[in-house]
Write a protein that binds this ligand. Structure first.
Ligand code: IMP
Ligand code: MG
Length: 174
């Protein structure tokens, strides 16, 4: 399947993910980090990222949804939340993209309420122009313009998640 011209190619993605994992491995070298992926969007980035992290990690997931079509509903539903104790743990939250920041803010507050030892956020894409709430992000793959993108885990109506690259969604791709 080939849809659209890549905005970020497979090679660029893999190079960047390796670099992020390298930085994370060195930042957490003496820590026992719990890496929590936010589903569904982060599944591909998450699995590449942890594969390249050289220090021991534990993994868990949060399943949340916030998006109706390509307009943020501003509402976040949490369908699954880690069952293990997060108190005193070093947590690295991984998401596909930060857009308005609303969902990450809500998820961040839920985790902080559980008194982790530390909490950092890693996102693959950052659409900074669209931010409506202030969220500090520690690791960013790529900053992108205000365009709706698909691929590498990101979807439009559950489609295009399996593209190995990022492309700008156009209605004619439907
Ligand atoms: P936020 O709460 O507005 O920051 O939106 C977060 C979620 O919206 C992301 O985790 C994605 O699942 C989805 N999202 C935001 N922008 C895009 C996009 O360009 N393509 C696909 N999904 C997006
Ligand atoms: Mg998401």
């Amino acid at each position: 399947m080939f849809i659209g011209t890549p905005l970020i190619s497979e090679e660029q993605i893999q190079k960047k993910v390796k670099a992020l994992a390298h930085k994370i491995s060195s930042d957490y070298k003496d820590k026992d980090v719990v890496v929590i992926g936010i589903l569904k969007g982060s599944f591909m980035f998450f699995s590449d990222l942890i594969r390249y992290i050289k220090t021991p990690v534990r993994v868990d997931f949060i399943m949340a949804s916030s998006y109706v079509k390509d307009v943020s509903s501003g509402e976040v539903k949490i369908h699954y939340f880690p069952t293990e104790e997060l108190e005193d743990k070093d947590i690295l939250l991984v998401d596909d993209i930060i857009d308005t920041g609303i969902s990450l803010k809500i998820i961040q507050d839920r985790i902080l309420a559980m008194n982790p030892a530390s909490l950092r956020i890693c996102v693959f894409l950052d659409k900074a122009e669209r931010r409506v709430v202030d969220v500090h992000v520690d690791y960013v793959g790529f900053k992108i313009p205000n365009k709706f993108v698909v691929g590498y885990g990101l979807d439009y109506h559950e489609m295009f998640r399996n593209l190995p690259y990022i492309t700008v969604f156009k209605k004619e791709l439907k």
